[in-house]
Design a binder for this molecule. Structure first.
Ligand code: SAM
Length: 346
């Protein structure tokens, strides 16, 4: 197996710890298809199972203290290949992780990494609690358990341990859960339709299939330019919108923490904080307020996020309680696809 894929995976894991997104980083460099697949599998596998892998590092090394991040990532990669993949001979996994540590100039850790990985085998190791066995931060799993009940929260966490299935719609890949939002608009061809946070346009194009002509808005000029519709407006929707209240249908597919997409974006679970939910909620509330101001009398607005957090969902729409017609979650493990919240306001 090529070393390229592993050293690239190692670099991507390092960049993710500095705030990068695995998907963007992996796409930034073109590798041979076989190497690209392996790099993807290693990066996403390690990020999805990171809580288990870190427990296994302490189990096999007897060390619970902090390790340098290069050493930690080399061990995670080695353990992942030995215990989770079928096609990598253990000695190859050990020697590449040792090489990676050398390459990262952590020569003093070479003996340690070698010794730990030589102990790793595929015998069952009992995990100490649900958070470790589901590879979730303890605080986030506890939060979901209090919101959804233990069984539903754990089913969602379990779903996020696997690669999400790909669903093709038109020429684009679109999660099956994401496809359930637009129908809530009950859009008809004659409706004036505003899509407030439209880029990259998956839901805009799904909505346009009924014949309605969308006005697609987004803060990002570049991402907006890639949406093939005629009416595009670059704007900051947290400010008052430059429209009169003429729209029969409005979609607010709000920017959010993304905790409903942890199978696709597993790095989020290791970096998100409760403060982040509050920050997102403030912006979401401003965007929703601006959008409601341009809804025509008798119109219908759908607010959606791919977050599972009540702060970004129920607590945002509760500010307009009298206008909420219905609301609910799609929970991974209970319904197919990513997690979503929706609320219909009138
Ligand atoms: C969840 S994504 C939208 C996905 C899109 N609806 C789709 O289905 O392809 C959220 C979008 O909100 C945009 N956004 C973030 N803050 C914004 C703001 N203040 N005003 C307008 N758009 C914003 C982001 O650029 C991003 O494209």
């Amino acid at each position: 197996m090529p070393l390229n894929a592993r050293s690239f995976a190692f670099d991507v894991l390092d960049a993710v710890e500095h705030g990068g997104f695995a998907d963007d980083l992996l796409r930034a460099r073109s590798l041979e298809p076989q190497e690209a697949n392996l790099a993807n599998e290693l990066v996403f596998g390690v990020l999805r199972h990171r809580g288990q892998l870190d427990y296994l590092i302490s189990h096999y090394s007897g060390k619970t203290g902090k390790l340098d991040k290069e050493v930690r990532n080399a061990l995670r990669l080695g353990i992942y290949q030995i215990r989770y993949l079928d096609r990598v001979p253990p000695h190859a996994a050990v020697s590449t992780s040792v090489d990676l540590v050398k390459r990262a100039r952590k020569a003093s850790a070479v003996g340690f990494v070698n010794a730990v990985l030589r102990k790793v085998n595929r015998d069952p190791v009992p995990y100490p609690n649900d958070a470790v066995s589901l590879a979730m931060p303890e605080w986030l799993l506890a939060k979901w358990e209090s919101q959804f009940g233990a069984a539903a929260a754990q089913a969602a966490a379990l779903y996020f341990l696997n690669k999400p299935p790909a669903h093709v719609r038109g020429e684009r890949q679109m999660d099956i859960g994401a496809q359930q939002i637009v129908p809530l608009l009950r859009l008809e061809a004659h409706h004036r339709f505003l899509d407030v946070c439209a880029a990259p346009g998956n839901k805009t194009l799904q909505a346009a299939e009924c014949g309605a002509v969308p006005v697609a808005c987004d803060r990002s000029r570049k991402r907006l330019a890639a949406i093939p519709v005629t009416r595009r407006v670059q704007l900051d929707a947290s400010q008052p919108l430059p429209f009169r209240p003429v729209f029969d249908r409005i979609l607010v597919d709000a920017p959010c923490s993304g905790t409903g997409t942890l199978g696709r974006n597993p790095e989020i679970k290791w970096r998100v904080t409760p403060e982040e939910f509050a920050r997102q909620a403030e912006r979401q509330l401003q965007i929703l307020r601006s959008a409601l101001d341009v809804l025509a009398p008798g119109g219908r607005l759908v607010y959606a996020t791919c977050s599972l957090e009540r702060e970004e969902n129920e607590e945002v729409v509760s500010q307009f309680a009298g206008r909420v017609q219905e609301q609910g979650y799609r929970l991974p493990g209970r319904e197919a696809g990513d997690g979503f919240f929706h609320a219909v306001l009138a």
